[in-house]
Design a binder for this molecule. Structure first.
Ligand SMILES: Nc1ncnc2c1ncn2[C@@H]1O[C@H](COP(=O)(O)OP(=O)(O)OP(=O)(O)O)[C@@H](O)[C@H]1O
Ligand SMILES: [Mg+2]
Length: 213
């Protein structure tokens, strides 16, 4: 499937507690105040299937091996691309996604050790080759991330994983960003919320089609 020729696809990546939801909320406020048509969604989730898959993936009572875990994320992603992301891009909208395929490459690849070629092949099939135009990576020391997340209450299954895993994850995200420097905007997640907001909005504005600013 070819890339849609309109719209702008933005993903937010980074570990738990990095500030993705916080910054997405700021970005949505900017898009709303500039009347830029947009759609916001998240992974896993975003469709009725994705919501059910999300419940399974985040259930602390389940033990899920890395490969089925990745396939569940991919199932959610495939449905999301077909039902939500491509239609919105086709309408010329800005699509903001809280996590996308980079999370699978980082978590199940660098974190859990699944083969990168296998992950990329299945991801290509699931997404029809659709990658974001801009990926905001909020980079954070895992110790700070886990502290932030723990302050918000009950840890979910991912948050209970060990620190080494989170360190591999961080390095994985950074390697992905290094390999595609033009797509990624890597930001230090310990910076002031307002400074991050400003940098992200400037990056988005510079990529908006002229008709939308
Ligand atoms: N720049 C920042 N500096 C300090 N604290 C922050 C910053 N941004 C967000 N926080 C705080 O960190 C916590 C986690 O933020 P947030 O929920 O946005 O992270 P997240 O990346 O969406 O996490 P998750 O992956 O678990 O959904 C919140 O308590 C939030 O107030
Ligand atoms: Mg969040």
């Amino acid at each position: 499937m070819s890339q849609p020729d309109r719209g702008l696809f933005i993903s937010f990546e980074g570990p738990e507690g990095a500030g993705k939801s916080t910054q997405i909320a700021h970005l949505l406020r900017h898009l709303e105040s500039e009347s830029v048509p947009h759609t916001v969604t998240r992974e896993p989730g975003g469709t009725p299937l994705g919501t059910r898959v999300r419940e399974v993936l985040l259930d602390p009572e389940l033990t899920i091996d890395p490969l089925p875990e990745f396939l569940l994320y991919s199932a959610s992603r495939a449905q999301l691309v077909t039902n939500v992301i491509r239609p919105a891009l086709g309408r010329g909208e800005v699509v903001v996604c809280d996590r996308y395929a980079d999370s699978s490459l980082a978590y199940q690849g660098f974190g859990r050790g699944l083969n990168a070629g296998l992950l990329r092949g299945i991801t290509a099939a699931a997404t029809g080759g659709l990658w974001p135009d801009l990926t905001v990576l909020l980079d954070l020391d895992p110790v700070i991330g886990l502290e932030r997340a723990a302050r918000r209450g009950q840890p979910d299954r991912l948050e209970q994983a060990d620190l080494t895993f989170h360190q591999r994850l961080r390095q994985g995200f950074l390697k992905l960003a290094e390999a595609e420097a033009e797509r990624f905007l890597v930001l230090d997640a310990t910076l002031d919320e307002a400074d991050l907001e400003k940098t992200i909005w400037e990056a988005v504005q510079s990529r908006l089609p002229a008709s939308e600013i």
